[in-house]
Design a protein around this ligand. Structure first.
Ligand code: FER
Length: 287
């Protein structure tokens, strides 16, 4: 794995704050990263990645906690990856409720479910894609779904739990998934470890339930050897690999539809997951 370190860059993208109404009428905002050159060509359309924070976070967490903006600027400027819009939303409806060192699993899981069931596709996507030039020609569910090839969802820790939910619930809106250091809770909390085989089977069943095939999605999963989420995510990925008719594991991120990166010595942090993001960035959207 090639590691990213800050480098000066003149061709920098810009950050914009987007205010919108979320689930249950909540006043929310997302941060938008618009790549360098976004304003120069009003005809150009851009792939969009939605990138979620971890437990306790907010729309600024990724931007405050690691060098993700400089990493994006450099990767695009150097021609290593196709430039894309990155959206940093927040999955809490009424703010995080966090006691340091303590995870309230019921609150976290409830917040994820509210975001997934009442906000992501009904509120957030129309707000964002009515405001920036993705590939969707309109903000109706049909128009948004038609652009699924150009839309991804990723996240760190609880953001990764969100990513697996986006796969399970909204495969008709997203085709690219970047689950970083967090497992799938669709069947139960920490289900990736507690019921790995059932979780993998659930994810497989969702593909066919929505009428898709193994060609219609790509999953770029990652964590670190010293990450607290590695036992749960590793168990889940192993179970998914066993369902090879659906999940086509390949060490080459340009092949197959399931990839797994285990960063040596890496821990549960934004700095670590930003490195996995950097590693996968060139492969998320094909030219
Ligand atoms: C995991 C998914 C989420 C995990 C931890 C979390 C331990 C969340 C942690 C937190 O919110 O602090 O697989 O593994």
């Amino acid at each position: 794995m090639k590691l990213f370190a800050y480098q000066d860059e003149d061709r920098r993208g810009t950050l914009r704050r987007l205010d919108y109404v979320g689930a249950q009428g909540a006043r929310k905002y997302a941060m938008l990263y618009l790549p360098y050159g976004y304003d120069d060509d009003p005809e150009r359309r851009w792939n969009i990645l939605y990138l979620m924070h971890g437990g306790g976070g907010n729309p600024d967490a990724w931007l405050d906690c690691c060098q993700v903006k400089n990493m994006l600027d450099r990767s695009f400027s150097a021609g290593e990856a196709e430039p894309m819009i990155v959206v940093f939303p927040c999955f809490y409806t009424h703010g995080a409720r966090r006691t340091p060192g303590k995870v309230d699993e019921a609150f976290e899981h409830g917040s994820v479910l509210t975001f997934q069931n009442e906000e992501l596709t009904q509120r957030l996507l129309p707000a964002v894609e009515g405001a920036v030039r993705g590939y969707a020609e309109g903000t109706s569910p049909e128009a948004l779904k038609r652009a699924r090839a150009h839309r991804g969802f990723g996240g760190f820790s609880m953001g990764s739990v969100n990513t697996w939910y986006a796969f399970s619930l909204h495969l008709d809106y997203f085709s690219v998934f970047l689950p970083l250091s967090g497992d799938c809770w669709a069947l139960e909390v920490m289900g990736g470890r507690k019921c790995s085989a059932e979780t993998a089977a659930h994810l497989r069943d969702r593909v066919y339930a929505l009428g898709f095939t193994p060609e219609d999605f790509r999953i770029f999963a990652a964590t670190g050897t010293d990450d607290i989420a590695s036992p749960s995510l590793s168990a889940q990925i192993e179970a998914m690999k066993a369902l090879s008719d659906t999940f086509r594991f390949d060490k080459d991120p340009a092949q197959g539809n399931l990839h797994y990166l285990l960063g040596k010595g890496m821990v549960h942090s934004y700095e670590a997951v930003n490195q996995y993001f950097y590693h996968y960035l060139p492969y998320l959207f094909r030219k």
